[in-house]
Design a protein around this ligand. Structure first.
Ligand code: SF4
Length: 365
């Protein structure tokens, strides 16, 4: 075994965190779920979602059989909902084409929706102990520093290729799963992005970036994040019973597909908020409303999108549900029933604001 792997594995044996998915690490479905949830999210944020998910969908069969609505409801709050839709689709493929067993063949695994080289590597190495490398943000940071790899791993294919080769070359025979987990753990606990703890690092004297004196200059990221500013308007339409209308987005949509929302439109150049609110109602519901008035605004950042979501309230003029946009699924909700529907985080924030104001209004009466 190479020196780097030996030291890392020794350190991992004494330092690894007790994480819920590590208790099921020979279950490829559990590894798959945890790895997908951990993309773009921290361990601390994932744990409650993972526990709830595994209690509701403990096997790949139970996930495949569940309605998409239920799947999205258990994902709501984690963001990047395409991941949940792909997991659900992938579970269906595992049941229909692989007899309900997550395949251990790399080609079959890579053919499942949402599984790329990284996730396949994690499942193959952790659940099946196959010699498959992985390259997530933590591993990229560790390898870039230990080997002082030049180039930007986000934008340079040549740098990525070098890192994949290094990840593969470092794998110790028969211990690929533990080794990959150890690299991720080192990146999370010791070789942190802004402040690496080189003084306690088990591979410090093998690390080129430390010897060069400036570990944080690796990885050599060059790009500056380009923000996309989006201004949306959602309308809380109430019926005579004071229930609020939610509509469901088509599951085929890439953004928030299958999730529920207060009828929403994106503000166009030069359009007033009031006109945008009226358009949201017209295009999404076909209902006639009266008494349109703003009630608040929330901010949300997801990936490179900075979203400003304005909330308006209005009353449905009469019960025109039957004729209005009949193909759109709709539900009239109360504060008590909102939790039955999967909403994206900005919509949760906005409806919280709406219902809070309603409660405060009631208390003041
Ligand atoms: S020595 Fe420092 S920079 Fe190098 S791997 Fe360890 S923590 Fe990271």
């Amino acid at each position: 075994m190479n020196d780097f792997a030996e030291r890392l594995l020794d350190w991992f044996a004494g330092s690894k965190r007790d994480l819920p998915w590590r208790r099921l690490q020979h279950d490829p479905y559990a590894v798959w779920v945890s790895e997908i949830m951990l993309q773009q999210t921290t361990v601390a944020a994932v744990i409650p979602f993972y526990n709830k998910w595994m209690a509701r969908f403990p096997t790949v069969q139970s996930l495949a059989e569940a309605p998409l609505d239920d799947v999205l409801k258990h994902w709501a709050g984690l963001g990047y909902y395409a991941r949940a839709r792909n997991l659900h689709k992938g579970a269906g493929v595992v049941v229909s084409e692989h007899g309900g067993r997550v395949p251990s063949d790399p080609k079959q695994l890579l053919a499942l929706p949402g599984i790329g080289r990284y996730t396949a590597g994690a499942i193959l190495s952790i659940a099946f102990n196959q010699a498959a490398p992985i390259l997530d943000a933590n591993v990229i940071r560790v390898l870039s520093r230990v080997h002082a790899v030049p180039g930007d791993p986000k934008t340079s294919a040549a740098t990525q290729a070098v890192l994949w080769k290094l990840a593969e070359a470092a794998l110790p025979t028969g211990r690929a799963g533990d080794f990959n987990e150890a690299m991720m753990e080192l990146g999370a606990l010791v070789c942190e992005a802004g402040a690496p703890r080189c003084g306690t690092c088990p591979v410090a004297d093998l690390c080129a970036a430390k010897q060069l004196g400036d570990p944080t200059s690796y990885p050599q990221f060059t790009g500056v994040k380009k923000w996309l500013d989006v201004e949306d308007v959602s309308v809380a339409i109430r019926n005579p019973a004071r229930e609020v209308l939610l509509i469901q987005r088509s599951p085929e949509l890439a953004l928030w597909g299958g999730l529920w929302e207060l009828p929403r439109a994106t503000r166009q150049d030069g359009e007033s908020l009031e006109c945008c609110a009226a358009r949201a109602v017209r295009e999404s519901t076909g209902l006639s409303v009266t008494g349109m008035a703003p009630f608040g605004v929330v901010k949300h950042v997801v990936a490179n999108r900075r979203i400003l979501l304005h909330g308006f309230e209005a009353a449905a003029e009469n019960d025109q549900e039957a004729e209005a946009a009949p193909s759109v699924r709709r539900a009239w909700i109360t504060p008590e029933t909102r939790g039955d529907y999967a909403l994206a985080t900005p919509q949760v924030k906005l409806s919280d604001l709406l219902f809070q104001q309603e409660t405060q209004g009631r208390l003041e009466l």
